[in-house]
Design a protein around this ligand. Structure first.
Ligand code: ADP
Ligand code: MG
Length: 274
């Protein structure tokens, strides 16, 4: 555990280790489908790992197994050296569409998990206040979700996850439903949150730009069945400048890695329609 002196939020970093992880949906049935195939993947403590791959390649499936929401058909997943068998507060998942409780205030949404944990009301409000202030939502504590924009709601969902002091943040295309400007703001913001909290992040996207904006390392997946095609360390200085030659080189490299996979994924989808 490390105490963050800037905003006084206690956080800690975690590691994830996947070995030979596969997921077959409908195993043994006529609809059998191999979604993830024999994936070895490590996430170092404090690392921001982006999982990049075409639609339908098994990214969400892999993430939900790390979350403990689904079990692998084969292989093992460990978080901080412990086998993952169930969802746990050490691994918080954030989805594209956040599901805040509409009848609760923003502060109570952020403090919801803490309430289940038995944290006192005054402390819950304190934590919510700290987190929401960091996220530029310091004035929103007593509002309700329907009074917020999509980008604000997504920030509240992230604050709610951070309130649980997760060691690993699992983010499944969390900004995909937002407009370009809001998305870019939230990318800056999540980078900051990650640096402040020290949590590890596994972040799924199909956007090369988003991957380069955020990642310490990008793992590119093949079309289904999802396998790891390449692991690319991003050593560009932050914030990343889309106009720099290094950015262009990396972008071109990722486009090359993705091109065949996107074509294959598209062919698979067409095949399944006809
Ligand atoms: P991605 O997140 O990369 O777009 P997913 O992990 O959602 O891909 O899906 C991978 C494949 O597994 C797809 O072909 C999808 O239709 C299938 N799939 C996902 N979830 C389920 C499920 N619960 N039951 C059966 N098939 C599923
Ligand atoms: Mg997905």
């Amino acid at each position: 555990m490390k105490m963050n002196t800037m905003n006084n939020v206690i956080t800690s970093t975690g590691s994830v280790r996947c070995r030979g992880v596969s997921k077959v949906w409908g195993d043994g049935t006529a609809d059998e489908l191999v979604a993830v195939d024999n994936v070895d993947l490590d996430v170092a403590p404090g690392e921001f790992l982006v999982m990049l791959g075409p639609s339908g390649c098994g990214k969400s499936t892999l993430l939900s197994m790390v979350a403990g929401l689904e079990q692998p058909t084969a292989g093992t997943i460990e978080a901080d050296g412990q086998p993952v068998t169930d969802p746990g507060p050490d691994r918080c998942m954030i989805f594209q569409q956040s599901s805040l409780y509409p009848w609760l205030s923003v502060a109570d949404n952020v403090g919801f998990g803490l309430r289940l944990r038995g944290t006192a009301k005054t402390r819950r409000r304190e934590v919510a206040q700290q987190l929401l202030r960091t996220m530029g939502l310091g004035d929103m504590l007593d509002k309700h979700p329907d009074q917020l924009s999509g980008g604000m709601r997504q920030r509240v969902a992230i604050a709610r996850a951070l309130a649980m002091e997760p060691r690993v943040l699992l983010m499944d295309e969390p900004f995909a439903a937002l407009d370009v400007q809001t998305r870019s703001k939230l990318q800056d913001f999540i980078g900051q949150v990650k640096r402040d909290s020290g949590a590890s992040v596994m972040f799924v996207t199909h956007s090369i730009d988003e991957a380069i904006a955020l990642a310490d390392r990008i793992v590119v997946f093949t079309a289904r069945p999802g396998r790891i095609k390449a692991s690319v360390t991003v050593d560009l200085t932050r914030p990343r400048d889309p106009r720099s030659p290094e950015y262009h080189r990396l972008n071109d490299h990722l486009i090359d890695l993705m091109r065949d996979e996107v074509d294959r994924a598209f062919a698979q989808q067409e095949g399944s329609i006809s």
